[in-house]
Design a protein around this ligand. Structure first.
Ligand SMILES: Nc1ncnc2c1ncn2[C@@H]1O[C@H](COP(=O)(O)OP(=O)(O)OP(=O)(O)O)[C@@H](O)[C@H]1O
Ligand SMILES: [Mg+2]
Length: 259
């Protein structure tokens, strides 16, 4: 399964991705988490130390070469995993885009194309999972940088601008023809806020695969620079993300490794 997590800025994509990747690995799957945000933070949400994050060899535009048939990676997936991934807790392998090193020059399009090509070759074995966390931008739905995923999670918060961004992303995402496109409600605080997400889902003909409560443990984990799963393993948000993982695995229908 190739999962892409999208949504408006700050809705909780990275917080959910970090916990979800670890939970999917705990369910027995080989999980490659990719931080496609040029301002990467997924490492911290996974529980990697800031020092290890800073030392990561990031994915760059130079990992793509042009051939008469188009762009292709200069490494196999195994080579990329050896050279560019680091281990994260719960046996998750993590790769991340290298943040820009210089201001005032260049564009990030080619780096996003690298990420797209890595996702293309990742998780080809049934049961394996690649989870892509990306920056909040509609740019990812366009051209050769378009998100490569069979399952798209559109994360929304129950407030108008986030829901409208979610609506745009649902409409663009459907054009990329993933096998499944679902909403994830985050920071939900009561029935009314949950209903606002359900209404969007009904309008756009998609399911809500999970609803994560507004949970102070998330904020406390961030403040402590700790992963939610380590900081507050029994938090309500953790339970909800376990539920989301099980929904995704059930819908994928592939072989589930023995626990
Ligand atoms: N369920 C939740 N309850 C409370 N706070 C949350 C929840 N989910 C995320 N947050 C908080 O929201 C903030 C933004 O989260 P996060 O960085 O995961 O969002 P993002 O969508 O990845 O942002 P960006 O668009 O910048 O990449 C963080 O402070 C995080 O702790
Ligand atoms: Mg993020």
């Amino acid at each position: 399964m190739k999962l892409a997590v999208v949504g408006k800025g700050g809705v909780g994509k990275t917080s959910i991705s970090g916990t979800l990747a670890r939970v999917l690995s705990r369910r027995g799957h080989d999980v490659l988490a990719i931080d496609g945000d040029p301002n990467p933070n997924l490492a911290l949400a996974l529980g990697v130390t800031p020092a290890a994050m800073a030392a990561m060899p990031g994915l760059t535009a130079e990992l793509l070469e042009q051939t008469p048939a188009g762009f292709r990676l200069t490494r196999t997936l195994d080579q990329l995993r050896d050279e560019y991934s680091i281990p994260a807790p719960d046996d998750v392998a993590l790769m991340a885009v290298r943040p820009p090193q210089t201001a005032g020059t260049g564009c990030l399009g080619r780096v996003h194309a690298t990420v797209r090509n890595v996702v293309h070759v990742a998780a080809e074995t049934p049961g394996d999972i690649c989870l892509l966390d990306i920056e909040a931008s509609l740019e990812h739905f366009r051209q050769n940088k378009a998100i490569e995923a069979d399952t798209m999670l559109v994360v929304v918060e129950p407030y108008f601008k986030s829901l409208e961004t979610g609506r745009r992303m649902i409409r663009l995402g459907k054009q990329l023809k993933p096998k499944r496109l679902v909403l994830v409600a985050n920071k939900v605080w009561d029935k009314r806020s949950r209903d606002a997400v359900e209404r969007l889902a009904d309008d756009e003909g998609v399911e809500v695969a999970g609803a994560v409560p507004h949970d102070v443990h998330m904020l406390e984990a961030d403040l402590a620079c700790s992963a939610l799963l380590d900081h507050a393993p029994d938090a309500p948000s953790v339970e909800a993300i376990y539920g989301l993982a099980d929904d995704l695995l059930a819908a994928d229908g592939g072989p589930t490794p023995a626990p």
